[in-house]
Design a protein around this ligand. Structure first.
Ligand SMILES: C[S@@+](CC[C@H](N)C(=O)[O-])C[C@H]1O[C@@H](n2cnc3c(N)ncnc32)[C@H](O)[C@@H]1O
Length: 224
C-alpha cells in the first residue's frame, strides 16, 4: 500500500529529549541510560507513525519503550507525539534497526522486542533488506534477556512463515505462541497504524510471541 509523507511535528515542540540519532549513540549503547527512571526497556523496530510507542508508554507504565525508525520524517513524527504527550518513558532513535541490534546493543539488555508489519520487500533482489532475517534474529536473541518476548505481527503470510522458520533455526526461542487482538474499543485501539489499516480492510494478520529461552552460552554457540 502506498504511504503518504508523514505530517511534520509541531515546530514549537522541543524534540531533543525524545529523538536520538543512531549515528550519535555510543558503542556499546546501554538503552537504560536514555531514560530518567530505571526500568526494563522494550524495543520497537520500525515504529512508523508511533501508535505503539504512544500507547505502550501511556497509562503509568513502569517499562521504558525505545523505538527505532529509519525514515527521518516518521522518526520526527514519533518524537513529536512522545514530546507532546510528555512521555519520559519513551524515546525514538532515527536510524537502521539492523545496525542498532547487531552492532550497538549489549547482550541481554532488553525486556522485550516488537516488530509490527515490517516492510515485506517484495522484489527478489530486495529480499535481503527484510529486517527479520536469521542473522538479525540471532542478535535479537542475544540482546533479549532470557524470558523476554519478541512480538512479530505482519499481514504477509509468506514473510511470517519464513521469519518463524528463521527464529526456530536460531535455537534461541521457544515455539511460537499465537497472539490475539481483541475488538477495538475506539478508532485508535489497535497495536499500530498498519494493524488498524489491515483490519479495517478486512485482511488477515499473522501474530506470534517468541520467548527467548537460551542462555548466553547458547547465543555464543549460534554466533560462532
Ligand atoms: C510497513 S511500516 C510499519 C510501521 C509500524 N510498525 C506499523 O505497524 O504501523 C514499516 C516501518 O519500518 C521502517 N523500517 C524499515 N526498515 C527499517 C530499518 N532497517 N530500521 C528501522 N526502521 C525500518 C519503515 O520506515 C516503516 O516506517
Amino acid at each position: 500500500m502506498p504511504r503518504r509523507p508523514p505530517r511534520k511535528p509541531d515546530a514549537t515542540l522541543d524534540l531533543s529529549s525524545h529523538l536520538l540519532l543512531l549515528e550519535s549513540l555510543p558503542d556499546p549503547f546501554d538503552p537504560t541510560g536514555v531514560f530518567p527512571r530505571p526500568g526494563p526497556v522494550e524495543l520497537e523496530v520500525g515504529s512508523g507513525k508511533g501508535l505503539f510507542l504512544s500507547s505502550a508508554s501511556a497509562a503509568g507504565s513502569e517499562r521504558n519503550f525505545l523505538g527505532v525508525e529509519i525514515a527521518v520524517g516518521y522518526a520526527r513524527l514519533c518524537a513529536g507525539k512522545l514530546a507532546a504527550g510528555g512521555r519520559d518513558n519513551a524515546r525514538i532513535i532515527q536510524g537502521d534497526a539492523g545496525f542498532l541490534v547487531r552492532s550497538l546493543l549489549p547482550d541481554a539488555c532488553l525486556a522485550g522486542m516488537h516488530v509490527y508489519f515490517p516492510d515485506p520487500w517484495w522484489k527478489a533482489r530486495h529480499r535481503k533488506r527484510r529486517v527479520l532475517s536469521e542473522p538479525f534474529l540471532v542478535h535479537a536473541g542475544r540482546v533479549l534477556k532470557p524470558g523476554a518476548v519478541l512480538h512479530v505481527w505482519t499481514d504477509v503470510e509468506e514473510y511470517f512463515t519464513e521469519a518463524m522458520a528463521a527464529a526456530r533455526a536460531t535455537g534461541l526461542f521457544a515455539a511460537a505462541r499465537g497472539e490475539e487482538a481483541g475488538e477495538p474499543a475506539h478508532d485508535l485501539d489497535y497495536r499500530t497504524h498498519f494493524e488498524r489499516r489491515t483490519r479495517l480492510a478486512g485482511l488477515p494478520v499473522w501474530r506470534a510471541a517468541l520467548e527467548r529461552t537460551a542462555e548466553p552460552s547458547a547465543v555464543r554457540r549460534v554466533m560462532s
